[in-house]
Design a protein around this ligand. Structure first.
Ligand code: ZN
Length: 248
């Protein structure tokens, strides 16, 4: 005859049970556990789908004006007309990852159909420039710390404003790199014209998958921008359309 102790010992090797509504059931037969299992499988599936359509991290940088010459380029950091009042870019080149640039071209087509266009203030920014910016203004409210890197360093973020069909500036809530509350894309106390123009830009950018941020109406990130590595290729050395390969 087996002792109580040995029976108890034996029972610990059995499948764990759960006191469900239909009596003792194996743990994964209980309703909450099944739900957890379903949610887990769903998350796993979504994650796999996300990876399947993920951005190509080695996507080359391309010249935006090479894809669409109607997009106006006004690289502010290639001049002293910026918040640090120092020329940070040696050349006024507007570079973006290929699929991001193509996305921006589609935004331009949408805006042109409405009698507008896009003007770019900033796009790919080498990490070395980010470091220089940080040296001039080491304040994370205005400049992303270089150890974290800016989304612009990935070639997957762009600063844009709206222009009319002739390429002239239209009224917007603020100037570029205005760090006041007025720069928030939801800030309500701006003129009706500025509000309308801001919305036209938001609608066109979002329609092509770009996502804005809460503090700057001009800044947009491409979908899955984090998957692109941070780059430090100097702007005057990036070769495009001629077999340039990014060296990570
Ligand atoms: Zn930006």
């Amino acid at each position: 005859m087996k002792s109580k102790f040995s029976r108890r010992k034996f029972s610990t090797t059995k499948t764990k049970t759960y006191p469900g509504p239909f009596g003792e059931q194996p743990i994964f037969h209980s309703l909450p556990s099944r739900l957890i299992l379903i949610v887990f499988c769903l998350l796993l599936f979504l994650n796999i789908s996300e990876i399947a359509i993920a951005a190509q991290p080695d996507e080359p940088l391309v010249e935006v004006s090479g894809l669409d010459s109607t997009i106006i380029i006004d690289m502010r950091y290639a001049s002293e007309d910026n918040f640090v009042k120092v020329q940070l870019y040696p050349v006024a080149r507007c570079l973006l990852r290929k699929s991001v640039a193509e996305r921006l071209v589609r935004v331009q087509k949408r805006l042109q159909a409405l009698g507008y266009g896009v003007k770019v203030w900033d796009a790919y920014r080498p990490l070395s420039v980010q470091k220089k910016m940080w040296e001039i203004l080491p304040d994370p409210r205005y400049v992303a710390p270089p150890e974290r890197g800016s989304r612009h360093n990935r070639g997957a973020a762009v600063d844009v404003t709206l222009v009319d069909s002739l390429g002239h500036d239209v009224e917007m809530p603020t100037e570029f790199d205005d760090f006041s509350r007025k720069a928030a894309p939801t800030y309500p106390h701006v003129s009706e014209t500025a509000k309308k123009n801001r919305q036209i830009l938001i609608d066109a950018m979002e329609a092509e998958g770009f996502k804005g941020i809460s503090s700057e109406w001009w800044h947009y990130d491409a979908p899955r921008y984090r998957q692109y590595p941070i780059l430090d290729e100097p702007l005057d050395r990036v070769e495009t359309d001629s077999g340039y390969k990014i060296k990570n």
